[in-house]
Design a protein around this ligand. Structure first.
Ligand code: ADP
Ligand code: MG
Ligand code: MG
Length: 894
């Protein structure tokens, strides 16, 4: 029989493997059970499984009857262990009700603390604790949280009431409130609930408990949880577990405290305990940004020049115990831990541990150092780094020599720098970003409702909140630069203006934030390229050692090629030649070629383009000397090069000596109803062979030039696009070979080269066995292959694709991550048939998918020889290819 509820702590033993299985009891539940098992002080509790959540949601919000029974007996476990009973008037048990899915979703789900308090038990609690203030503070917290999370009463109403109470008393901090002040506020809170709800605050503790469980289950389907899952590719059908746990109290006076800590610095990766804590406080006070938290260690406090004592100084015993736990947990989990703890009257309790989120920089440093410490091995280090996170390190940072107009500084919450227009709310940020503008989201503090705006923004600035505030945690996870707690930022939401330091600004003004040092600057600041040695270099070297596939780049300018080589590209997988045609200095010759009435006219214009194209190739070959370079011949329909505006037509008429009317007629002739499926790709080479002849000549002459100059020849791989039949490729291969022979004859040297094709039409994939008779290589052009297989034009998909992903029709955007089930079949089939014909056929991928880790894993499984990605994605592809090879090795070994 499978259990619906698992207990932990006290005399519980996790004998059932499910009790520590994250998919069943969630990450929080599994780690609480694990910590209790290794003897750490964890308050006892129990966990309702994710299966029960799904069953509950499935049954339209009904609890299965058996669950009621199981919860009652699990509650008995807590009551027995603690020696208190829920609802007992003399000595009440209080519990927290916490959510926890298999994958941690910070801030996505709501927690209720101090459940079990009512008008009677609060008196009992006060008497037993000998502390009225503590009891009433706990009660008002409970009403506030429960009403917000479970009853859906606007939490702003409670905050307002608290502000008024403090103002009336002339207080600044919550800590100044006395027992009597809290008691009065509780009355006010209850009045608010009754007014909002037409029903009094629930006094029945069993009703409270089930209400909270229901709210956690329901929160799985909340909008903000759905958005978070969508942004992070977390499946919707996992459900959340519910943890019910005996309360421990950090708000029992000056020997009590609460905090969050990391076993290493999550921003830099440095091996130093790192965290924040608050004396006489409870749970979310630290993250909520209500009070400014204090530093955990003396060292951190001194470095920041802060006055309030660190925990190390103020509570040396509890801190010593905490440090011992840090080491134990790191050794146990072999990873950096993110820990929540509470000190109740001097005694330490652990409430959570999980593998801590980290910046890419920290991830690299920790991985490298942990290998050095013998904590993990090289392959674990490689697997542990999210390839996409590398993106954070590959982009420019602020130029240290640039002038900075610093207006104020806050906390360096998430590293990296960004400039953009100030947006004062998430919706505005999203709208402006959609228009292609860079925005900096500026908020007093962020909440889960702001996620979409944070995602759209280039950077985030908040006036309140510490290093573990919502803004900081989420920004680090997303890789967005963030400055938090910049107290000199004040925002006028109505007027859409703000003040930063002594400066008055308005929404839309440009600022720069530097999340590495907390600075907030006026205007835009110059940036410099990142450095790629150090830990980054070490991990890349390890990755290279473990990957099988080669990594090339999609690049067509010498600059892009150079950058890609710095990033480790081992050749060019796609050089699109049409970009060279658009160059301002050449477009006129290109147009002349297009408008020519006959072949003679075309050849004349192509004669002008030849030297230009030759010098392009020469520059690229110089950068890529000795490496394979796949050059795709002209692909887009010719009319893309024609002018659109009247004055452009006039200019062109003058330059070519024809009439505007004549030009317009020709443009009309070239018009296509569906250019994607029109006169393009190899169809151009078939109908106007002289164009491909010119390109072939330019390639071979350039290759000879470079070979002569450097002594080392490049390895051109001529790629014919949009082939559907063997005959097309046969004709064009002959053409290329003929030109090659002419050039080699004239130059008196031979260059190794290959002719191959792009597989980007379903027919080509199906006929791959035949086509391979003419092709030395296939490169999967998965952008077009996706378009032609799905019958979806990428440029027109904007209107419906997001809906398709939302509704689960596609698991992800098929233009970002390969549709493995569908398009993937064609790739597999073409690879197989190609190899049957030609054993040593070279196989690669050059669509956008070549830089997407999931697609790269598929390429590894299919046995492709290389992937090709845009320059900035090359390191991502190197790491993803290594991870894919390691996983594939495991699959093979069974
Ligand atoms: P989240 O997933 O948002 O971190 P948690 O369930 O971890 O939510 O709880 C929020 C806060 O409440 C944390 O600071 C946690 O330490 C605290 N907390 C949760 N349960 C208890 C408990 N039983 N006793 C004391 N504090 C608790
Ligand atoms: Mg929370
Ligand atoms: Mg937590």
């Amino acid at each position: 029989m499978t259990e619906t509820v698992y207990t932990f702590g006290g005399s519980s033993k996790a004998t059932d493997a499910r009790a520590k299985d994250k998919t069943i009891v969630g990450g929080k539940g599994a780690n609480l059970a694990e910590m209790a098992e290794i003897g750490l002080p964890v308050p006892p509790g129990f966990t309702l499984t994710t299966e029960e959540c799904l069953r509950y949601l499935d049954q339209g919000g009904e609890f299965p009857e058996s669950l009621r029974h199981d919860v009652t007996s699990a509650l008995g476990h807590i009551e027995e262990t603690v020696g208190k009973r829920l609802g007992d008037k003399e000595d009440p048990l209080l519990v927290s009700v916490r959510s926890g899915a298999a994958i941690s979703m910070p801030g996505m789900m709501d927690t209720v603390l101090n459940l079990g308090l009512n008008d009677e038990t609060v008196e009992g609690l006060a008497a037993i604790a000998g502390d009225d203030r503590f009891a009433w503070d706990s009660y008002r917290r409970f009403i506030q949280m429960y009403s917000d999370v479970v009853l859906g009463v606007d939490h702003g109403l409670f905050e307002e009431a608290l502000e008024i109470a403090k103002e009336d008393n002339g207080f600044y901090n919550d800590t100044e409130m006395s027992a009597e002040d809290w008691r009065v506020l509780v009355g006010e809170y209850k009045r608010i609930v009754e007014e909002e709800q037409d029903a009094p605050f629930p006094q029945d503790v069993t009703e409270q408990l089930w209400g909270a469980i229901r709210a956690v289950f329901d929160s799985w389907d909340s909008e903000r949880a759905k958005i978070y899952r969508r942004l992070n590719d977390i499946p919707h059908d996992m459900g959340t577990a519910v943890n019910v746990q005996a309360m421990v109290f950090g708000n029992m006076g000056d020997t009590s405290a609460t905090g969050v800590a990391f076993t290493r610095d999550p921003s830099t990766g440095e091996r130093a305990y790192y965290g924040e804590w608050l004396v006489n406080a409870q749970g979310e006070d630290v993250v909520a940004g209500i009070r400014t938290p204090q530093y955990l260690t003396k060292d951190a406090r001194e470095r920041a020049g802060a006055k309030p004592l660190s925990m190390e100084e103020a509570m040396p015993d509890a801190y010593g115990e905490l440090a011992r736990v840090f080491d134990l947990l790191e050794k146990h989990y072999r990873d950096m831990q993110d820990i929540e703890f509470t000190v109740e009257r001097g005694k330490l309790f652990l409430l959570q541990t999980r593998n801590g989120k980290r910046t890419a920089k920290a991830a690299l440093k920790m991985a490298v150092e942990m290998v050095g410490e013998g904590l993990i091995d090289e392959t674990t280090a490689i697997r542990r780094i999210d390839p996409m996170a590398l993106d954070q390190l590959l982009h420019p940072t602020l130029d240290p020599n640039a002038k900075r107009d610093v207006m104020t500084a806050g906390l360096p919450a998430s590293p990296g720098a960004a400039s953009g227009k100030i947006a004062l709310d998430a919706d505005t940020a999203e709208q402006w970003a959609a228009r292609g503008e860079s925005v900096i989201l500026v908020r007093v503090e962020t909440s889960p409702e702001d996620i979409h705006g944070m995602h759209a923004a280039q950077g985030i600035l908040t006036a309140r909140g510490g290093m573990t505030s919502h803004a900081a945690v989420v920004a680090r996870g997303m890789g967005r630069p963030c400055v938090s707690g910049a107290s000199q930022v004040s925002i006028d939401r109505e007027g859409r203006t703000l003040r930063i330091g002594s400066r008055d600004l308005a929404e839309g003004d440009i600022i720069t934030v530097d999340g590495s040092n907390g600075q907030v600057m006026g205007g835009e600041v110059a940036t410099i390229e990142p450095e790629l040695d150090g830990d980054f270099g070490v991990i890349m070297e390890w990755a290279d050692r473990h990957r099988r596939m080669r990594v090339r780049t999609n690049a067509e300018t010498p600059d892009d090629c150079r950058r890609a080589r710095q990033f480790g590209a081992e050749g060019i997988g796609l050089c699109r030649t049409e970009h060279m045609f658009f160059d301002a200095g050449r477009i006129s010759a290109v147009r002349q070629m297009i408008l020519a009435e006959d072949e003679r006219g075309r050849r004349e214009a192509l004669g002008k383009l030849l030297p230009e194209q030759r010098s392009d190739f020469r520059e690229i070959f110089e950068v890529m000397v000795g490496l394979p370079c796949t050059i795709r011949f002209l692909d887009p329909p010719l009319h893309e090069f024609l002018p659109h505006k009247d004055e452009e037509f006039a200019d062109l008429a003058e330059a070519t000596g024809t009439s505007v009317a004549n030009l317009r007629r020709r443009a009309q002739e070239l018009h296509e109803f569906n250019p994607m499926l029109g006169h393009r790709g190899c169809r151009l080479g078939i109908t106007y062979p002289e164009i491909y002849e010119m390109q072939a000549r330019a390639v071979f002459e350039a290759a000879c030039d470079v070979a002569e100059a450097s002594g080392e020849a490049p390895v051109p791989e001529i790629m014919i696009p949009l082939v559907a039949t063997r005959r097309e490729l046969a004709l064009l291969r002959e053409l290329v070979e003929r030109i090659a022979e002419e050039v080699f004859e004239a130059r008196g040297r031979r260059i190794e080269y290959l002719v191959g094709t792009m597989i980007e039409l379903p027919r080509a994939a199906l006929m791959a066995g035949e086509i391979a008779r003419e092709a030395r290589f296939f490169s999967f052009g998965t952008n077009d292959l996706t378009q032609t297989t799905l019958g979806v034009s990428r440029d027109d998909a904007g209107g419906f694709l997001a809906t398709y992903v939302d509704k689960g029709i596609f698991p992800r955007d098929p233009f970002v991550s390969l549709d493995i089930d569908g398009v993937g079949q064609l790739v597999e089939l073409a690879a197989e048939r190609g190899r049957e014909t030609r054993e040593d056929i070279k196989l690669g991928i050059c669509g956008e998918h070549g830089g997407d880790p999931a697609s790269i894993a598929f390429c590894e499984a299919t046995g492709l020889d290389y992937v090709s990605a845009s320059p900035y994605r090359v390191p991502i592809a190197r790491l993803a290819a290594a991870q894919a090879a390691l996983n594939q090795g495991e699959v093979r070994e069974g």
